[in-house]
Design a protein around this ligand. Structure first.
Ligand SMILES: C[S@@+](CC[C@H](N)C(=O)[O-])C[C@H]1O[C@@H](n2cnc3c(N)ncnc32)[C@H](O)[C@@H]1O
Length: 295
């Protein structure tokens, strides 16, 4: 076959190369990476299908294709990810926001939209700031306190919060789970909280080795590892959240596909929760747990 000359020919070869590397979404990946190199969206690639590539563009495309072939997630190569219809910066310091987490944000928005007046919400383990930003954009009355134990993650979240004009409404706080907000609520300086929302690390340590390479070798372990059975963070977060929420306040948690029974048990043991509901994800797995603080 003759050497590729125009954009569409490079795209076809790149998709073949990525599918030989085992990528399940080779064509899409090839398009996203070429769009990244050329600064074009996917529609523009098709409009410019017969545009020749400069040698420097070919070199840059080869470089990112090799990275992808080694297993690097597309979002870390392009440095961005769509979440709740906005673009977020991502780096290897943060988990790449997942579509399942949009279900957590949507369920929370649905519950809080009915409330009138200002809202005080926390996003525990904010990472890129995805949940905090999604909530703040959809709920103009909400102030969001977003915590993370990782300063590197918070630096990325800071850029995203600023990029979306939310500096006044999303506060980023470094520390363990709800510790950075607990004193302020206890002493009455703020709160009580209307909602505690979290997508915490929940992968059982025993499942680590069976994670896809693109997750295990690239995403931060601190964002994923939930201890021996994956429930370590919930065990600490549920009792911390109860005294900080107002009566009727919302606890909204993302969970692993096989953790519904474990979460129901933890909430029942704690004894301060009502109206426990579990929502399923696109694959039909239990994914979002909602509960309200007993009066
Ligand atoms: C699964 S990631 C979720 C990131 C983001 N909220 C999202 O949904 O895309 C979990 C996050 O919790 C943070 N984290 C882990 N342990 C923590 C702790 N003890 N206190 C606060 N944050 C923690 C990690 O740094 C990571 O950013």
């Amino acid at each position: 076959m003759s050497a590729p000359r125009v954009l569409m020919e490079f795209l076809r070869l790149a998709a073949d190369y990525l599918s030989r590397c085992g990528s399940p979404s080779a064509r899409l990946d090839a398009e996203l990476l070429l769009g990244h190199v050329l600064g074009m969206d996917r529609v523009s690639l098709y409009v410019n299908h017969d545009r020749p590539l400069e040698p420097a563009e070919v070199d840059a495309y080869r470089r990112v294709l090799r990275e992808r072939c080694r297993g690097a997630p597309i979002a870390y190569i392009t440095g961005k990810k769509e979440f709740m219809r906005v673009t977020l910066k991502v780096t290897p310091a943060v988990l790449i926001p997942r579509p399942e987490t949009e279900l957590l944000v949507e369920a929370t928005i649905q519950r809080l939209r009915a409330a009138s007046g200002p809202l005080l919400v926390t996003d525990v383990g904010t990472g890129s700031g995805a949940i905090a930003i999604g909530l703040a954009l959809a709920l103009p009355e909400a102030r969001v306190l977003a915590t993370d134990i990782s300063p590197a993650a918070l630096a990325v979240a800071r850029e995203n919060v600023t990029a979306h004009g939310l500096d006044g409404r999303v506060e980023l706080l470094e520390g363990d789970l709800l510790a950075p907000v607990a004193d302020a609520v206890r002493t009455g300086r703020i709160g009580p909280l209307d909602a505690v929302v979290s997508n915490p690390p929940y992968i059982p340590a025993r499942d680590w080795e069976s994670l896809p390479r693109s997750v295990r070798d690239y995403e931060p372990r601190l964002a994923l590892d939930g201890g021996p059975d994956g429930l370590d963070v919930y065990r600490r977060l549920i009792p911390q959240a109860a005294p900080l929420l107002r009566p009727g306040g919302l606890l909204a948690l993302e969970i692993g596909h096989d953790q519904e029974a474990g979460l129901r048990e933890l909430l029942a043991q704690d004894g301060r929760w009502d109206n426990v509901q579990v929502q399923k994800d696109y694959a039909g797995h239990p994914r979002v747990v909602l509960a309200t603080r007993k009066a």
